[in-house]
Design a protein around this ligand. Sequence first.
Ligand SMILES: Nc1ncnc2c1ncn2[C@@H]1O[C@H](COP(=O)(O)OP(=O)(O)O)[C@@H](O)[C@H]1O
Ligand SMILES: [Mg+2]
Length: 227
Amino acid sequence: MKRYGEHRFPGKLFIVEGVDGSGKSTQLNLLYQWLQSEGYGVVFSEWNSSPLVRRVTKRGKKRQMLTPSTFSLIHATDFADRTEHSIIPLLKAGAVVLCDRYIYTAFARDVARGMDPKWVRELYSFAVKPTVAFYFRVPLDVAVKRLHASRKGFKYYEAGMDLDLSEDPDESFKLFQGRIVEEYEKMIPEFDLTVVDATLPIEEQQIQMRPVVKNRLAQAKRLRVAP
Ligand SMILES: Nc1ncnc2c1ncn2[C@@H]1O[C@H](COP(=O)(O)OP(=O)(O)O)[C@@H](O)[C@H]1O
Ligand SMILES: [Mg+2]
């Protein structure tokens, strides 16, 4: 597949990253509603949603058969399919595309599972660079508290139980997510991630995000009218 890098499509790509419970989906949903009310053609493109690998991933997870490298390759296949069939066509059509998790999730997760950082980055070199990548920074105990309040327990892979870090899912989740946070922190300067203080109230975070997004959309409009 062609290496795209900085895209020249008329659309814009805004993505959110951060650990589970950092508030990504909450903020992206608010952004979606706001952009819609402002009259933009806005669409979601979800992580891990391609029909190509959905069944095999589900089966592999259920039977706990996924090794770190198969996990990595399955996600990369899924993402390649989504890039080609969803993200790029939408950007070509001039849409504002919102992604809940992006390649940085793979970089953080796969490296936390012991894969080589360079190898994982190469694997995703076909990806489109986001217009803005928001990173929701939150202490792990805050994220865990939010997750406990909103659901029952952690799933096997989500808690990194395949890594044998701890027998206790809660403890394993914290150790695994701790590694993930370390990887995210390294990626802030590497990929110019826009950090949001995810401990702030929901409204406050949204107030900070909107001008960042608006600014990039205004730039796009100006570019289109230029001779
Ligand atoms: N700023 C916040 N303060 C307190 N609770 C929050 C905040 N943002 C989100 N939440 C709550 O935390 C939980 C996880 O939020 P969610 O947006 O689903 O996180 P993520 O998508 O990152 O896993 C939800 O119950 C949500 O209502
Ligand atoms: Mg979410």
